[in-house]
Design a protein around this ligand. Sequence first.
Ligand code: SF4
Ligand code: SF4
Length: 401
Amino acid sequence: MKRGQKVSIQAGHQGGSVLKDPAHRWQWHALDAAVGAVTADCTECGLCVKHCAFLQRHGTPRAMAVQADPRHGNGLMAAYECSLCGLCHAVCPFGVNPAQFFLEQRREAVLRGVGPLAAHQPLLAYERKGTSRPYSLYALPEGCTTVFFPGCTFAGTRAEAVLAILEHLQQSIPALGIVLDCCTKPSHDLGRQDYFLAMFGEMKDFLVAQGVRTVLVACPNCYKVFQSYGSPLQVRTIYERLTEEALPRQDLLRGTVTLHDPCVLRHEPAVQDAVRSLVHHVGLQVMEMPNSRERTLCCGEGGAVGLVNPALGRHWAVARGRQAENCPVVTYCAGCAGQLRRFMPTVHVVDLLLDGKAALAGKARVSRSPFTYWKRLRLKATLKRRFSSARLRERTFQPKP
Ligand code: SF4
Ligand code: SF4
């Protein structure tokens, strides 16, 4: 298949209908409940459809739910074209959550053996690398109760920034540890719930057993995973933490930027405020886009839609570009930054903090694939040297089939 080519999404009956497996029966009830909730509460007012090209193509959430028969797995595969961005839920006057319905459809597709799609394999290979022995590292010094968890994409694109942030945070948290690993959100979003729970659960149990209490993340997707599944671990973003620190001084910048809030953090005003405060700290003004904060748009990478339907992925990014009105975009997700920069000047807020002038001139130190893999390996080697007296672990765990 050529790059950029749309993958065929089949409609109709998908997979078997025999629900013998207890996990499958449980999932079937979850899908049934999601179908019931959308069918009962969606009035087909069309508000979410107005905002979403996916729904414009497939119909209102209620129309899609009415067609979905959980017993036979009808229409499951269309769910892989939804970004899972949650904008529909944010705008719905009746509190309907179509994104949850589409996520349950993805999970059902996996249990029926028809999902994820071949187009998702590169993303799953990326995730596998992140959790593999060569790429993973847990470095926990004596007395460590807090770890920095940069996430795969941030570590690969900004390895130097990881070291700079680590050194800075160690001034106020001397026993700070670091974890290079993948939170396995790709599997979560593709519906591979059993695999996700096993992988993330093993990581969480290990950290808790080692006495870790708080995880500081750079990636909004990691934040969402730790927040939703990480209890008793507390999760915070480095952006919130950095607003409480004395940051290194740099010449104040001048000008106005606009902010792209990652859709997974649409309900996190404290993180959104922290990032705005960091942008003001370097001297820049913020022009808010019509869709910001709770009503932010997907960058086009959400739910791995771009792998299945590149036109839909592009649609979201182009909509973002229109709202940015030629203003440089600042975001706080390395994935969003990588996607949006293909369409408009975009920088990560950490790039601004490290060297704002270079970032705004498009010269931030950002690595691109395939060098990101080499950067991650080199970062790991550096950390192993720096944490030579700490408790070290590499990930070897794989769930039983
Ligand atoms: S989650 Fe996003 S892409 Fe999916 S239906 Fe809702 S608004 Fe559309
Ligand atoms: S906004 Fe809510 S009620 Fe209106 S079509 Fe969307 S899900 Fe249905």
